[in-house]
Design a protein around this ligand. Structure first.
Ligand SMILES: O=C(O)[C@H](O)CO
Length: 329
């Protein structure tokens, strides 16, 4: 634990990039208490740490629910999450208490879109499997029918959730020769979709017609488990499924069955339920499933910028000023 002298009190739930902590300490006027570790704050420490604080800077791995809000007490004014996702925050309880929320959209869009494309290519061109074959002696000679996968050229790409990250993915995939973009979501976005000549379709059609599906939607009650048995059954046998949003958008048992039964060709996941995925999880036994440890936004520059934005959101909220990125509840 590290403590510095300020007038308002804030709790920071993890070791964050130095730039973010510096932004807090240079602003003056607060006392910062931090769980100064790379590992998540234990629940008991979170409940104790937040007690009596006016500000909370948290991460997507911290569940901020009624229990935490009660432990904080009525003085808590601002919650600033160093993430664009906010499904870990009990927004209904937060709103009831009049607490303001800051988050970090935009600054991680490029990094996350880049990782989505990397994961898509790694999955459809079987990169982890191929690297493994080189190491284990499976590479005996050049073979016409060996390690073949699927390419983007002339393909149909379906984006589930054409938000900031979905658009940035489409923008990056277009030069690979994608024939057509489809998108599904809560409503059509004709002006945005025009850039990619993307067609708004029901999710069932997205599943049926896409060669590649990239999930970039937010996790909400509406999207929870939306990629389920029915969805995977509709997908083409040679199609590839990519998820860089939140694990809970996918019914993982249904995905496992789709991969094992050859209903779809492959899947690439940067997000799972739970995180971390237990090392004996069935999905990890599949060669046609590439799993990354939620590294969408993990560039040094992006994480620095996220931490500074999270700090600035917190400070602005504490001062009663407009936040650089406030989540409107
Ligand atoms: O919600 C977020 O900020 C992302 O998932 C982090 O990569």
């Amino acid at each position: 634990m590290r403590t510095a002298r300020w007038a308002m009190e804030v709790f920071v739930t993890r070791r964050i990039p130095a730039a973010g902590l510096r932004a807090l300490s240079e602003a003056g006027g607060c006392t910062v208490q931090q769980w100064d570790s790379n590992e998540p704050v234990p629940r008991a420490e979170l409940l104790a740490g937040v007690a009596g604080k006016q500000g909370l800077l948290c991460l997507l791995s911290d569940r901020i629910d009624k229990e935490v809000l009660d432990a904080a007490g009525s003085g808590l004014k601002v919650i600033s999450t160093m993430s664009v996702g906010f499904d870990h925050l009990a927004l209904h309880e937060i709103k009831k208490r009049g607490i303001r929320v800051g988050y970090t959209p935009d600054v991680l869009t490029d990094a996350t879109a880049e990782l989505s494309v990397a994961l898509l290519l790694a999955t459809c061109r079987r990169l982890p499997e191929s690297v493994e074959e080189v190491k284990n002696g499976g590479w005996t000679t050049w073979k016409p029918l060996w390690m073949c996968g699927y390419g983007l050229s002339d393909s149909i790409v379906g984006i589930l959730g054409l938000g900031r990250i979905g658009q940035a993915v489409a923008r990056r995939l277009k030069p690979f020769g994608v024939k057509k973009f489809l998108y599904a979501g809560s409503h059509p976005k004709p002006e945005i979709a025009a850039e990619f000549q993307a067609e708004f379709v029901p999710i069932t059609r997205l599943a049926e017609e896409s060669d590649f599906i990239v999930v970039t939607c937010a996790l909400t009650p509406e999207t929870q488990g939306i990629c389920n048995k029915d969805f995977f059954c509709r997908m083409k046998k040679n199609s590839v499924f990519i998820n860089t949003s939140r694990g809970a958008v996918v019914n993982q048992e249904d995905l496992y069955n789709a991969l094992v039964n050859g209903q779809i060709a492959a899947a690439g996941l940067d997000v799972t339920t739970p995180e971390p995925l237990p090392t004996d999880h069935p999905l990890l036994s599949l060669k046609n499933c590439v799993i990354l440890p939620h590294i969408g936004s993990a560039t040094y520059a992006t994480r620095n910028t996220m931490s500074v934005l999270a700090a600035n959101n917190l400070l602005a909220g504490l001062k009663g000023e407009p936040m650089p990125s406030e989540l409107l509840l």
